[in-house]
Design a protein around this ligand. Structure first.
Ligand code: NIG
Ligand code: FE
Length: 423
């Protein structure tokens, strides 16, 4: 007789649901009181969705062990939802290890960018790389993310800039979306930098008139799907007006707005995100008080990226002010050739130490709230009945070890589960 259920996670010392009652995101108060069950079990069905969760005894009485394809005994271990990485740039060729040394010696991110390095360096190498080469390195990066517990990841293009090269990156993302277990939210980020010799205004027009119609056609033909549109709204990159034009045009073809703003300079990006109904704005080291209020009112998520502030020695984003004001705070790794970090546990650690978030807040920001920032919190980000069965099992009797221990997470994380399958 075929098994009726795919997986039983049995007798976890702690099982962190994160939230209950189908909350789509958590604000400060909810983030402080995560739902944690002691001595608990979780059932995932053959369709990959969660069928039951509760005290071990209750689950034992409801389900005979014979109905499960796989059983993991979680005695001595803790179970958490799979992590959602809300912001990455994972498709590229040519690392920038040489720039790391320059930055340590005092060069700023913009010094290097304006001298033709930074994003431009990566664009040149990415343009020269074949689609197959890009796919192979991308796949390896996704596998490394998986091993540190990421089960859903936002992936941006943005090292193409020119249409052909952007489409190459998006095809690479689409291939991984189809072939790999890890969940992917795909973002078109053709406005990541202004191509040499162009103004922001002409680059924006090119994107609106040529890139977006091409994306729409690919979506209609089901060749490449894109979920979100991103722009690097920054002094010397895309100004507020060009950013607005691009985002409005993206919205008109059905893309979620999810963009870089207020990172190195105050730009009123947060206010723009709120005005346009963006799902999220990332970075926000230089957000204004008005921007915080506007984002809270508009339920626009702030995707904070503690790796970037850390490696560039920037001012830290004001997480506490945002939390106090009722902003939906999320976290992302910002994996890219500047901030080479795959690991959401490391991101949560930095969020606690540098952004002064609590352990509970950091976990909520890296699960349910990050899922919200991608428009996926109805299916991802918490261990509730009806949601996708994505979980992380750690070798520790209390879940907080995940953030307390920094580095060496591959030893701590025993299993990663996606749709009830051990991956
Ligand atoms: O989020 N700020 C813009 N984009 C990236 C950096 C990309 C790069 O330097 O290659 C970021 O940090
Ligand atoms: Fe980024």
């Amino acid at each position: 007789m075929p098994c009726k259920y795919r997986l039983l996670l049995k007798n976890a010392e702690q099982l962190v649901l994160v939230c209950r009652n189908e909350e789509q995101f958590l604000l400060q108060e909810g983030m402080q009181h995560l739902a944690v069950l002691e001595k608990a079990s979780l059932v995932i069905g053959n369709d990959g969705f969660i069928k039951a969760v509760g005290p071990t005894e209750t689950i034992q009485n409801q389900f005979s062990q014979a109905v499960f394809e796989t059983i993991i005994d979680c005695t001595g271990k803790s179970v958490l939802p799979g992590f959602v990485d809300a912001h990455t740039h994972p498709v590229w060729a040519g690392d920038r290890v040489h720039e790391f040394a320059m930055k340590l010696a005092g060069a700023t991110y913009m010094d290097i960018h304006q001298a033709g390095g930074g994003i431009h360096f990566t664009v040149n190498h990415t343009e020269a790389a074949s689609e197959e080469t890009l796919y192979c390195s991308f796949k390896q990066r996704l596998e490394r993310m998986l091993r540190t517990g990421t089960t859903l990841v936002e992936c941006k293009s943005g090292y193409g800039l020119q249409l052909e090269s952007e489409l190459k990156m998006l095809r690479v993302i689409e291939r991984a979306y189809r072939e790999m277990e890890i969940g992917i939210s795909a973002t078109y980020c053709g406005a990541h930098s202004v191509p040499k010799g162009k103004s922001a205004e002409t680059a924006a027009t090119e994107i609106i008139e040529n890139h977006l119609p091409a994306l729409k056609e690919l979506a209609v033909n089901e060749e490449v799907h894109v979920d979100n549109i991103d722009v690097f709204c920054e002094k010397g990159v895309f100004d507020l007006q060009s950013t607005k034009r691009i985002l409005q045009a993206g919205k008109a073809i059905g893309l979620n707005l999810n963009f870089h703003g207020d990172e190195l300079n105050p730009m009123n990006s947060a206010e723009l995100g709120a005005e346009l109904g963006a799902l999220a704005v990332s970075h926000l080291e230089e957000i204004s008080d008005e921007g915080i209020t506007a984002m809270a009112a508009a339920k626009c998520s702030a995707v904070l990226l503690p790796t970037t502030a850390y490696i560039l020695r920037l001012k830290q984003p004001r997480a506490r002010d945002m939390l106090n004001a009722g902003v939906i705070v999320s976290l992302g790794s910002d994996f890219n050739p500047n901030a080479y970090c795959f690991s959401m546990p490391m991101v949560m650690h930095l969020a606690c130490v540098n952004l002064k978030m609590s352990l509970n807040e950091a976990l909520a920001a890296a699960t349910i709230n990050a899922a919200y920032s991608l428009g996926k919190s109805h299916t991802h980000g918490s261990l509730e009945v009806g949601k996708q069965g994505d979980a992380v099992i750690i070798n520790a009797p209390r879940w907080e070890h995940l953030i307390y221990q920094f580095g060496g997470h591959q030893e701590l994380i025993k299993y990663v589960v996606i749709k009830g399958k051990i991956v």
